[in-house]
Design a protein. Sequence first.
Lengths: 350, 350
Amino acid sequence: MTSARIAVIGGDGIGPEVTAEALKALTAVAGPDAFDFTHYDLGAEHWQRTGEVLPDTVLEELKGFDAIVLGAIGAAPGSKAIPSGLLERGLLLKLRFAFDHGINLRPSKLYPGVPTPLAPRVFEGREVDFVVVREGTEGLYCGNGGAVRIGTPHELATEVSVNTYFGVERVVRDAYHRAQARRRQLTLLHKHNVLVNAGSLWNRVFNEVGEEFPDVERRYLHIDAAMIAMVVDPSQFDVIVTDNLFGDIVTDLAAAVTGGIGLAASANINPSGEFPSMFEPVHGSAPDIAGQGIADPTAAISSMALLLDHLGHADLAKRVDDAVSADITERGGQRFSTVETGDRIAARLA
Amino acid sequence: MTSARIAVIGGDGIGPEVTAEALKALTAVAGPDAFDFTHYDLGAEHWQRTGEVLPDTVLEELKGFDAIVLGAIGAAPGSKAIPSGLLERGLLLKLRFAFDHGINLRPSKLYPGVPTPLAPRVFEGREVDFVVVREGTEGLYCGNGGAVRIGTPHELATEVSVNTYFGVERVVRDAYHRAQARRRQLTLLHKHNVLVNAGSLWNRVFNEVGEEFPDVERRYLHIDAAMIAMVVDPSQFDVIVTDNLFGDIVTDLAAAVTGGIGLAASANINPSGEFPSMFEPVHGSAPDIAGQGIADPTAAISSMALLLDHLGHADLAKRVDDAVSADITERGGQRFSTVETGDRIAARLA
Ligand SMILES: CC(C)[C@H](C(=O)O)[C@@H](O)C(=O)O
Ligand SMILES: CC(C)[C@H](C(=O)O)[C@@H](O)C(=O)O
């Protein structure tokens, strides 16, 4: 295996803490020479010190890497020191958009012994193992909107959801391929009875592309109905495809019902391969527990399986997945420190 | 009590079945002369027969009523016979918009003995009793959007979320009033780190109006984080205020965790009183179980408590609420037919 160049953005709050454990796992599974890590100091603190969110020169540099590992970005919600959305839109979303991360993968799996808020009778022995394929470069995330008469009783503020055939087709096709390689069932989540323009595009593409995958069963669910489905029987899902905002919402719920956001990994994939893909836990920077060494690094470590898979090392990816799942099962509901969990998983990989 | 004029739109699927039980409860609690019901035949079947969704003359007539009782509207999702959104946008949303239903109230309460998909340890004896105050006339529901190059690889489809100070202020103020009369806690759900224009308006109004309610504690949660909160500890909520789409999504989840959509009532309130308000169960027309007499009419009946309260009969509203809650608790997980449930509750009210 030739040495791959990885850019590392630990970010804010618990981001750097969990990222350190993710890199530990990568090194453990692939050896010390497999990856060449370059660290970038970006995020809330960096902005407060320098006024820079993501300089163009850094964005340019990042293009040259094979992959990006991201911890978490963002100040405490409601923090007065940092304008709302500055880091999310200037850094996290900027990377997703600049590097055309059209496929946002978010697997959810309920491991034996893991505490879930759902009652045991919801599962009745059925396995929960699905993946959400979220569009990552369109929808309401484009920053397309504005406001007039701000701060007056006549204020009007808009947000525009942008959906293109190009963006929808590629994520839907990707989802069909994944479904074909899994249990052959794909569910589209949308709200086409209200969002008729975007919904019609999503629906039509879903059905058209589906004709090329006759072995994949396709289903449609309104996003509101999906909320119910996710808590009354999450085992019904195999692959879910949806837009950027619905994907954001449903993946937090999916994470919650499968053991919490501390276990949820994600990959932001650039489908053309022109730009580096980016791997990050679904959770945020969790400023309330930052610096205490208690954040669960499992999601960050699991994201490394997605990275390895993306870089063509399916065998190593599987080893990380197996180590994570063995460790999750072994620890059950027990809590370990960030470093302890990282060490436990690294030890399994060494 | 003078006789109030009520327009009744049973609608599609299970709509007419549950509506009959709702009217039975109204008559039982208020006597046979309190209400004067006028039935309107609208919905999927009516459209298929006549090509009419909601004629202007009917819309005009409806204005003269004191309130509207609605069952459910909508064909089976994926039904080829009826274009997606035709009935939702042409009838249900048309009424909400034409009659300026700016306040969409959706209470959620977990009654003792009611089956919930959440594990008992989620509650630990805490009560779940909150109300979502959903904006009903703006956001992504305006039908503001379009598409170009439809059906080509260059298709672009947009949906525009429209938010005005007028619409946001009145729903936020309403929510503060409700919180003040309850446990004095109000949570705003939004996604202001991504939807910065709309989010800034909502956030600002939330904080500004909040200054007038110093006794109400205010909290902000991102909509994705709210998904987690709703399943790991729904008892934390008292009043929630949010926009039209987020409200749609979170209320289905809220219904699911508090015993299911069969119990969830709603009111579409016209704050100025110029137009009739409308009362409906949160659930849809459920074509899969229509005609079998097995739909649970509890949500439709509960909606009558909201109607009574709105028409100034707080005492009768409380009697309906008490009868519903007693019946829900008594029946536990047991299932009754639509008419049986209606009869049981009516008997308690007579
Ligand atoms: C931080 C935020 C911008 C981001 C998103 O909304 O995509 C996060 O919630 C996520 O799911 O990755
Ligand atoms: C039927 C649909 C248009 C409607 C909505 O989205 O508001 C329904 O889901 C609801 O919650 O009342």
